[in-house]
Design a protein around this ligand. Structure first.
Ligand code: OGA
Ligand code: MN
Length: 315
């Protein structure tokens, strides 16, 4: 056990974000020095890729919990939480029909396709997620990659004029807003009421090393106190800057890969695949964040909303 750290090899996988971690078996309980080295690599590299990790759901949850308490997943149209409250079942197998393949016309897959927009997990919750851990159980032969882009690198490479006035600004995030950009009526009225818009800081710092990052993504609806058009343009520009292709690490999945990422400073998105013909089965655990990023956490209805709310979003 004590020798475990000496086998650990951590090396960058992309100039802007991510590292490959080798020499560790995450199915085993990790000794403290090994866990510490992984924890530090996570703070430094933001995305960690582990290959050949044959994990049961319980082992995945146990490793994830070393980083903190796990989030429970919102109950959604896709019933992604049907296996366990702390586990997201991301797959195109229909649990109600013996694992028959669901294609992109299925409402549950339309809901899931929200993952193909650049986002940070749970940025629509008052306490956004710290980390997500996604393990590949079955992967399609083509497509279905996951892409990552660093909002820390994005912050560091903003022009001085763009960066300076950003500190202290607040962005209102809403999953009703982000899902409304792909389809209508994905939430019923009761669920909509349970998902009020939340406030997030536009610039956040990592509490361990102080490194600053912007915080945007598909749930980012508008910047408080800014005219709607200007707010939309700035959020779109920040997203485009963060996700320019030279800054994106694309992960091509192999079965038994586990990838974990830092939702505080990384955006990610899934890529499409031929869901009518190929199975893709992934399991995600999500480590809860440490607290709200802006005070107070919930947004109030303000005149700024007028003209921004897309039709059909009943917030
Ligand atoms: C997620 C997610 C994308 C994918 O698990 O949070 O966005 O490629 N996944 O499955
Ligand atoms: Mn996600």
């Amino acid at each position: 056990m004590a020798k475990a750290t000496s086998r650990l090899a951590i090396r960058p996988i992309h100039p802007c974000v991510g590292a490959l971690v080798e020499g560790v078996d995450l199915a085993q309980p990790l000794d403290q020095p090994t866990f510490r080295a992984i924890f530090e690599a996570f703070q430094e590299y933001s995305v960690l890729v582990f290959r050949e990790q044959r994990l049961t759901d319980e082992q995945q949850m146990a490793f994830s919990e070393r980083f903190g308490p796990l989030e429970t997943t919102i109950s959604s149209l896709g019933r992604e939480n049907h296996l366990h409250p702390n586990l997201v079942d991301l797959s195109n197998l229909d649990p109600e029909h013996g694992g028959r393949l669901m294609d992109w016309t299925d409402r549950r897959m339309v809901y899931q396709s929200g993952n193909q927009l650049w986002h940070s997990d749970s940025s629509f919750k008052p306490v956004p997620a710290l980390a997500s851990l996604l393990s590949a159980r079955e992967v399609p032969p083509l497509g279905g990659e996951t892409e990552f882009a660093s909002m820390r690198y994005a912050y560091a490479t903003l022009s001085e004029e763009t960066r300076r006035p950003r500190a202290g600004e607040v962005v209102v995030h809403s999953i009703l807003y982000s899902r409304s950009t792909i389809a209508r009526g994905l939430f019923d009225a009761e669920r909509e009421r349970q998902l009020p818009p939340v406030r997030q800081a536009l610039v956040r710092a990592n509490p361990v090393n102080g490194r600053q990052s912007i915080f945007v993504g598909s749930h980012a609806w508008y910047i408080e106190g800014m005219p709607a058009g200007e707010s939309r343009r700035l959020l779109d520009d920040l997203l485009a800057h963060t996700t320019r292709s030279a800054c994106v690490y694309q992960h091509r999945w192999q079965p038994c890969d586990l990838v974990m990422w830092d939702n505080r400073c990384v955006l990610h998105r899934g890529r499409p695949w031929d869901a009518a013909r190929h199975r893709r089965v992934m399991r995600r655990t999500t480590v809860a964040g440490e607290g709200p990023t802006a005070d107070p956490p919930f947004a109030r209805r303000t005149p700024a909303w007028e003209g921004i709310i897309p039709e059909g979003v009943g917030v």
